[in-house]
Design a protein around this ligand. Structure first.
Ligand SMILES: Nc1ncnc2c1ncn2[C@@H]1O[C@H](COP(=O)(O)OP(=O)(O)OP(=O)(O)O)[C@@H](O)[C@H]1O
Length: 577
């Protein structure tokens, strides 16, 4: 645990921790020596030798004074080390969360990450003071007492020494059980947090369908599992401490039996017997304490592992000298990709010429959004290459890719701020004029007109005061303001009202303006207006590719797909003269 803590903190934190450990060792030894000195003091006191007793008493007072000074220094170092550990962990986790590949966030890790970044980090910062210090004392003081007991009376010392392996085995047993119970508990807490966050997020959808019994059951099950895991942790801790206390008390009884036997045989004076019994009790006191702390050590160790695990999450490879893209053309070259063991895209190859628009269509689950994620470098493909401007994304580096690409996803998240502030995220340095210009081109001005407060109206948490289509228009305005050469657009699947439909059509037209656009298209206008259409099939490969006119003329899968959609939408194409 000490090694894990030292690895997680800064050089200053390491110095403070080593200082703390040094003072703890000194105070624990001094405490043990004080207990040992009690023996000659009590023996001479009971024997009526006041002068010798006074000498030992002075020794005890000196030990107590030195102990007090070193303890105070240790307390200060412990507090400073705790603050340093907290600060350095928050800094490192903050940096890590920014560096983690975006794909890490695509799977719902929010509960686990929130638990580590809040409860875990705060607990870790208390470890130097609340766990490390008492646990070291609980081992070093009895060890000093044991050495003293062996020197004073080897038979009593040997009795104590024989108990040590039994106590150690018992301690290991408790720690292992507590570590396992804590792992289950942490998993249950992470799961329950994720479920509660998810439940809050999907409230609008749930209220829309009227019956949220299934979602409520999922949350209730997760909370019940967390409760059960918490109970198991408590029971494991309570049982362990009870068993450990009983084993330690048996040690005192063994000393009492051996001591009484020696006293009855005349080998041990009454004063020495009393003093050695006091010593045995002093030996067991800190050891009993270690039983209760064993669980804390196991939990602390697990927590430090979890924090280290998050810090060690693999990042995507980044170039030392990023390559320069020649333009904004996108190329997929025999790309295969899957989430875990589940393959999604297979040997996918296509090109999107710079400045053109490609619409991706295909059945649900065929991997359309995954293509968008690969271009934004949420993940690197398992095989094959994704390139922009002739350079593979790992050679361009995540920063450059992020600067070149403006994604507009289906589930747009808006901050609970004004519409203007939400658009400005696209380019925080942009002038007010530029922000308003981008907003108008994405027809966000109509949304501002509708809201009380206009441009200064707050959009609510996650953008809840706006409709899905409106949120996507704000997101398109962000992309326009960013002036990135590539726009990735995952069109909302939900049916849009007439106003939003027209506004999105205008916004998409505004976005195209010389940019390279890849759009997961659901609206017929977007599909028909694209320079190139890629039709994916269920197995994650390109089934057909071409312009709308070419694919319709071919009369294949795309033509069937198109005709079904046109019939469903009641659409009619007006023949061109
Ligand atoms: N983060 C993820 N982890 C695991 N599997 C995922 C993840 N994201 C998507 N998938 C799975 O990968 C497959 C392709 O998903 P993707 O979202 O790319 O499809 P899509 O064609 O965009 O679907 P839709 O039209 O329904 O949005 C699906 O089977 C989906 O369940």
């Amino acid at each position: 645990m000490i090694g894990k803590l030292l690895r997680l903190t800064t050089a200053t934190g390491r110095r403070q921790l080593i200082g703390l450990i040094t003072t703890v060792v000194i105070t624990a030894v001094l405490q043990g020596v004080a207990f040992v000195v009690l023996v000659p003091f009590l023996t001479s006191w009971i024997a009526g030798d006041a002068a010798t007793a006074a000498g030992w008493l002075i020794t005890l007072v000196v030990i107590a004074l030195v102990y007090g000074v070193v303890f105070r220094i240790g307390s200060l170092l412990g507090q400073r080390a705790a603050t340093e550990v907290l600060q350095s962990l928050l800094d490192r986790l903050g940096d890590r969360l920014v560096e983690l590949p975006l794909g890490w966030y695509a799977t719902d890790r929010s509960g686990t990450a929130a638990d580590i970044a809040t409860r875990g980090v705060v607990f870790a910062s208390t470890v130097p003071y609340a766990i490390l210090r008492p646990i070291l004392t609980a081992f070093i003081t009895p060890a000093t007492v044991l050495v003293g007991a062996l020197l004073i009376d080897w038979r009593i010392g040997l009795t104590l020494a024989l108990a040590v392996p039994l106590i150690w085995l018992c301690y290991r047993w408790i720690s292992r059980r507590m570590a396992a119970a804590d792992r289950d508990h942490a998993a249950a807490v992470g799961d329950a947090s994720a479920r509660v966050i998810e439940y809050a997020r999907v409230q609008p959808a749930l209220r829309g369908v009227g019956d949220n019994a299934i979602a409520r059951r999922l949350v209730a099950d997760a909370l019940r599992d967390q409760h059960a895991a918490n109970r198991a942790l408590m029971i494991t801790g309570g049982t362990g401490v009870g068993v450990f206390g009983a084993v330690v008390q048996l040690t005192v009884i063994a000393v009492l039996i051996v001591g009484s036997y020696l006293a009855l045989g005349g080998d041990l004076g009454l004063g020495s017997l009393v003093a050695l019994l006091v010593l045995a009790v002093r030996f067991t006191e800190p050891v009993v304490h270690s039983g209760a702390l064993g669980g804390g050590v196991a939990i602390a160790s697990n927590t430090l592992d979890r924090i280290q695990g998050l810090l060690d999450e693999p990042a995507l490879p980044e170039p030392t000298t990023p390559a320069r893209p020649s333009d904004s053309a996108i190329r997929f070259d025999r790309v295969s990709f899957g989430y875990g063991d589940q393959p999604v895209l297979r040997e996918l190859s296509f090109e999107v010429p710079a400045g053109s628009t490609t619409a991706i269509v295909g059945p649900s689950g065929s991997g359309k959004t995954t293509i968008i994620r690969l271009i934004a470098r949420f993940y690197d493909p398992d095989r094959g290459t994704v390139a922009i401007g002739g350079a593979a994304l790992p050679d361009l580096g995540s920063r450059q890719v992020a600067a070149m690409v403006a994604p507009v996803f289906q589930d747009v998240y808006l901050f609970d701020a004004t519409i203007i502030d939400n658009i400005r995220i696209g380019d925080p340095a942009a002038s007010e004029e530029d922000v308003l210009d981008a907003a108008r081109r994405a027809r966000v001005d109509e949304i501002a007109d509708r809201l009380p407060g206009g441009w200064q109206a707050r959009v609510g948490e996650g953008g809840s005061n706006l409709s899905g289509g409106e949120r996507q228009r704000v997101s398109i305005a962000r992309a326009l303001l960013k002036r990135a050469p590539i726009v990735l657009l995952d069109e909302a699947t939900a049916a849009l009202d007439v106003t939003n439909e027209a506004a999105i059509t205008d916004a998409v037209t505004a976005v195209r303006d010389g940019r390279t656009v890849v759009v997961v298209a659901h609206r017929l206008q977007t599909i028909a207006g694209a320079d190139q259409i890629l039709l994916l099939d269920e197995s994650g490969t390109v089934a057909e590719r071409g312009t709308h006119a070419e694919l319709l003329a071919a009369g294949g899968r795309y033509a069937r797909y198109w005709n079904e959609r046109v019939d469903a939408a009641g659409w009619r194409l007006i023949p061109q003269p």
